[in-house]
Ligand binder design. Structure first.
Ligand code: ZEM
Length: 286
């Protein structure tokens, strides 16, 4: 097989770079998941702008959005993969890396298809402020995620990605991890949201987040105000409860909604071949 379009080879190389003993909790996985999410999560369904096509984070307009602080680490991790498979677009590589990382960290298989373009269409550039602000509440979550075309159930399922990774005070201002094992994909985030007692804490930088206050717990865990909002909202809370008790249901729903996320703004013909692409990479299937 011609190497061009060999997404299986790319998947293998992504899986190989996840182990990063010097970085965070020893894995590039969580920050790669966040890269996939932020490249797609700028989508606005009403104007068909934003989304992963264009890989706009390579440039200052989108890369310089304060919401994307720290994601250069994820992009640097992936450079050797791009060098080894120069035919893949960055837009495909970044979304595929999230999908591979989730699987390698014990999460579900997520359907993924290639064909995203790196062509930057200036008329589709997302303004800053399209990504959610963790300091806010449920109204804000609905405002942000309804714009992309998600419903309440999907908002809660997507939020379960916070079983991965951590907050860094020099990136978002928040600090700490949501769960004790942040390189393992699980429904632990939902379980802890319901089982621990969360209290507000003001960090030295003035940022407010929630921390657990069980005296015997070894490490301090955290939740964003938006995470706590899921337990305080009548429509969101039943989904938190369901995903806390039914891990398989969470994995199924997460797989579907993450697949939908990385497809935002990608148009395909009846054979699944991407059509809003100006290069010849469209149409290869993983
Ligand atoms: Zn996150 N997220 N996110 N998120 N996120 C952070 C980290 C990670 C919100 C948010 O403000 C933050 C989704 C949704 C939402 C991940 C995945 C996904 C951080 C910490 C913040 C502040 C950044 C830092 O300091 O490095 C908010 C408000 C969200 C609205 C619901 C969705 C959806 C995700 C994927 C499906 C991941 C994996 C991380 C950990 C990154 C890392 O570097 O460890």
């Amino acid at each position: 097989m011609n190497e061009k379009g060999n997404f299986a080879a790319v998947r293998k190389d992504i899986a190989k770079l996840l182990h990063q003993p010097e970085y965070d909790d020893g894995s590039a996985g969580p920050v790669l998941v966040r890269l996939a999410w932020h490249s797609s999560g700028t989508y606005d369904a009403a104007t068909d702008t934003g989304g992963s096509n264009g890989a706009g984070m390579r440039y200052e307009h989108e890369g310089g959005d304060p919401a994307n602080a720290g994601l250069q680490h994820a992009r640097v991790f992936l450079e050797p993969v791009k060098a080894a498979h120069p035919w893949i677009t960055y837009a495909d590589l970044w979304t595929l890396a999230g999908v591979v990382a989730i699987k390698e960290m014990g999460g579900p298989s997520i359907p993924w298809q290639g064909g995203r373009t790196d062509f930057v269409d200036d008329s589709k550039l997302p303004p800053h402020g399209r990504l959610p602000d963790g300091a806010k509440g449920s109204d804000h979550l609905r405002w942000i995620f309804y714009r992309m075309g998600f419903n309440d159930q999907e908002i809660v399922a997507l939020s379960g990605a916070h079983s991965l990774g951590r907050c860094h005070s020099d990136r978002s201002g928040f600090e700490g991890a949501w769960v004790n094992n942040p390189t393992r994909f699980s429904n632990q985030y939902f379980r802890l949201l319901l089982s621990l007692q969360w209290k507000k804490k003001t960090l030295k930088n003035g940022v407010e987040q929630f921390v657990n206050y069980d005296e015997d717990s070894e490490t301090e865990l955290m939740m964003l105000p938006t995470d706590i909002a899921l337990t305080q909202d009548r429509e969101f809370k039943p989904w938190v409860e369901l995903y806390a008790r039914d891990k398989d249901r969470f994995f199924d729903d997460f797989s579907k909604v993450f697949a939908k996320l990385v497809e935002l703004g990608i148009q395909r013909d009846e054979n699944g071949v991407a059509t809003n692409t100006d290069n010849e990479n469209g149409g290869y299937h993983a």
